[in-house]
Design a protein around this ligand. Structure first.
Ligand code: R5P
Length: 326
């Protein structure tokens, strides 16, 4: 059972109005706590548990009438449960009279089958988006959707954030000279291009194929990486196969060393080992999903970016203390 309640630092259960009210699902309570602290937001007590047969059971403090409510719940593993929990919290809040419900879903799962690529395939992203809309969510805040075009899966307003402003200072602080930025596949080219341009670095791309789901094979490096340190930039690591294959191909093509940056550490079992075994020197990611602490990974907090966004969305300026903390 997961419960998060009260004002930041207290057990109070009254929802303060007006202002931002946050409800945390069970996916990432720490992120919700960090966000509540930065936004000086009220936290609506929420309980997520399960019935004996496994159905998700949700309850929120009913005093959310007229609240501007933000539900924090990345739909990371286990994706089905996280998604359903988010929908149930939204429905509970809608039933209790929340004035506006924004889902804060820094990692949006079910994004890979975004279009019907062949007969017999679903449009998973659209199904997930419709579920959320039907539960009463008015708006969604996401960090780096798998593809920006995925926005069209939603009938709701979508606020899409990019992690660049959080990640670039970290990369610059490494002080690696002559860096080349690499997209590990054609799909990630635009993102890699942004980093290359911000770092004034050359761009390369790895031609990748997927012989079957969850298996990546790097075919060729397009671009000259000989003698250079390379930074692979991707939206997520799941099996870690894409990054490991890209790193291998880059080293074979003469890269001096390889670093990896990805926004969402979805990390299926064995992913970190796979990436590390490919001689990746540094790994940097965000806490858009819960990341188990590991000395091999540098984790950049996203709460400051989300806090600024929520403050903007809620139509009030950040307080000086909030800005200092971020
Ligand atoms: C493209 O497919 C994506 O941008 C990622 O490269 C991919 O989802 C990573 O998955 P994996 O770690 O399983 O290769």
């Amino acid at each position: 059972m997961s419960t998060l309640s009260g004002q930041p630092g207290s057990a109070s259960s009254r929802v303060r109005k007006p202002g931002i009210a946050l409800a945390a699902g069970d996916a990432h309570p720490q992120l919700a706590q960090d966000l509540a602290r930065l936004c000086a937001a009220t936290v609506v007590p929420t309980t997520v548990s399960a019935f004996a047969d496994g159905e998700t059971r949700v309850r929120i403090e009913p005093d959310v009438a007229d609240a501007d409510l933000y539900i924090v719940q990345p739909t990371s593993t286990p994706t089905n449960e996280r998604l359903m929990t988010l929908a149930l919290i939204a429905d509970a809040a809608r039933g209790a009279g929340a004035a506006r419900i924004t889902a804060v879903v820094p990692y949006f799962g079910y994004a890979r089958q975004d279009v019907r690529k062949g007969a017999g395939e679903p449009r998973s992203a659209r199904v997930a988006a419709r579920l959320l809309a039907s539960a009463g969510i008015d708006r969604i805040v996401v960090l780096e959707l798998h593809s920006p075009a995925l926005e069209s899966a939603f009938d709701l307003p979508v606020v899409q954030l990019e992690a660049d402003e959080l990640m670039l200072p970290v990369v610059r602080a490494w002080g690696v000279a002559d860096l080349a930025v690499v997209s590990p596949d054609a799909g990630g080219l635009k993102r890699a291009q942004r980093y290359a341009s911000a770092l004034a670095a050359p761009l390369a791309v790895v031609a990748k194929t997927r012989p079957r789901a969850d298996v990546a094979v790097a075919l060729q490096v397009l671009g000259d990486v000989r003698g250079r340190p390379c930074l692979i930039v991707d939206d997520m690591a799941s099996t870690g196969g894409t990054l490991a294959e890209a790193a291998r191909a880059l080293l074979e093509a003469g890269a001096r060393e390889v670093h990896a940056l990805f926004v969402h550490a979805v990390m299926a079992p064995g992913a970190l080992e796979r990436i590390s075994a490919a001689s990746v020197r540094r790994i940097v990611t965000t806490d858009s999903v819960r990341v188990a602490p590991d000395p091999r990974i540098q984790v950049v907090p996203i709460a400051p970016l989300l806090a600024r966004t929520l403050a903007r969305l809620a139509g009030r300026p950040m307080e000086a203390t909030d800005a200092q903390r971020s």
